[in-house]
Design a protein around this ligand. Structure first.
Ligand code: SAH
Length: 365
């Protein structure tokens, strides 16, 4: 067990208090926070403005970083997947998705996942453990440094999505703390408005999120338009069935800001949930609950041993037309990083089939 304090998981006031406990003036706490969160340094040794003996004594009681990058895989579409290990040797995966207008980082909230969605590879790992706030923040720092360089200012508008491994709402407090740390203007300055968190439907936490003024955007993984089918695909539905889930969404909708929509994600499984009837049921369900959400259709990312195939483009198109014809905005999500097990539902600490970047596997620290 590691007893040293992981400083990436402290808010700025906590870091100042921590420094004061060590007998340091408050400005040192601010300096350390800026070095870790603004310049994204991952070692006390690199904080050159701190006296050498202070760096050494910090090393005795604290850690700047706890994750190690085991492998980095680069897709033919430019997506990068990082397979990291925690200090207790558990996998953490993070995906960097370059896009024309802005880049997106998809982070994990847990190592493995306790939910048993039948179409998701992460489920096969089971829950290993929830990540700490520091581990959530550090994943993002590692991905940012690899993409843009250590200490380099972030391009405007890097987005975060909590859609990696795990169920973010079963690690709510650590997640919210990580988001508060990252929002700090003296640090990463990634504000909640640029963050989307996805849940399989942990109803009480949806209601909690609705009460937080400075909250991230919300996405809900739906995958089925009826309880019967959803119970089968996403067993969490037995605990919080559709009527409760969509009721919570209605509550949440009252807190939407101007121009804000929340999103339903609908993974499309060939011959399972992609018929014209399912499309009508889905549109009717959302309309019946008076929800003005948008729907993201995600063609299934197939992987051994998942028992599904992706719906054909034609079927996805037909499904989309029906849902749209009933007044619901629908987008088809283009799969990213499928070839390196980086796409939705593919994070299961796989070694990956292709390592086609020139550096191959590499160690970041
Ligand atoms: N546990 C949270 C966060 C994970 S988000 C949640 O369920 O929302 C991951 C998204 O990928 C979810 O919307 C999920 O429905 C989708 N997904 C899971 N497995 C998939 C697969 N094999 N192909 C495509 N999408 C998948």
């Amino acid at each position: 067990m590691n007893q040293r304090v992981h400083l990436s998981g402290l808010t700025q006031p906590e870091l100042i208090a921590f420094s004061e406990e060590l007998g340091l003036p408050a400005y040192r706490g601010r300096q350390i926070f800026a070095a870790l969160q603004h310049r994204r340094l991952l070692s006390f040794d690199d904080i050159s403005e701190l006296p050498k003996d202070l760096r050494a004594s910090l090393d005795n009681v604290a850690q700047a970083a706890t994750l190690s990058v085991e492998s980095r895989y680069v897709s033919t579409d430019g997506t990068r997947r990082y397979l990291m290990k925690t200090h207790d040797n558990l996998p953490v995966e993070t995906v960097f998705i370059p896009e024309e207008r802005r880049d997106t980082i998809c982070f994990s909230s847990q190592s493995g996942c306790p939910l048993q969605c039948t179409f998701c590879l992460t489920a096969q790992l089971g829950l290993l453990r929830s990540l700490t706030a520091g581990e959530i923040v550090e994943q993002i720092i590692i991905a940012l440094n690899d993409a843009y360089g250590v200490g380099v200012r972030l391009p405007r508008g890097t987005n975060l999505v909590g859609m990696g491994a795990g169920e973010p709402f079963l690690n709510f407090d650590a997640l919210m703390k990580a988001l508060r740390i990252m929002a700090n203007p003296d640090g990463l300055f990634i504000v909640p408005n640029r963050v989307t968190v996805s849940t399989a439907g942990i109803v009480p936490r949806i209601l909690d999120l609705a009460k937080i003024p400075d909250r991230p955007h919300l996405a809900i993984s739906l995958a089925a338009p009826t309880d019967e089918l959803r119970n089968e695909l996403m067993p969490i539905n037995k605990k919080w069935p559709l009527v409760e889930l969509l009721g919570a969404c209605r509550e949440f909708e009252k807190t939407l800001r101007a121009g804000e929509r929340f999103t339903f994600e609908y993974v499309m499984l060939d011959g399972v949930n992609d018929s014209e009837e399912h499309a009508r049921q889905l549109a009717n369900l959302l309309n019946r609950h008076g929800l003005k959400a948008k729907v993201n259709l995600i063609p299934h990312n197939a992987a051994d041993p998942l028992p599904y195939q992706a719906s054909s483009e034609e079927k996805v198109g037909r499904f989309q037309n029906i849902v749209e014809s009933k007044g619901i905005h629908t987008f088809v999500r283009r799969p990213r990083g499928r070839d390196i097990f980086a796409a939705c539902g593919q994070l299961a600490a796989r070694a990956g089939t292709t390592i086609n970047n020139s550096e191959g596997q590499y160690q970041m620290r």
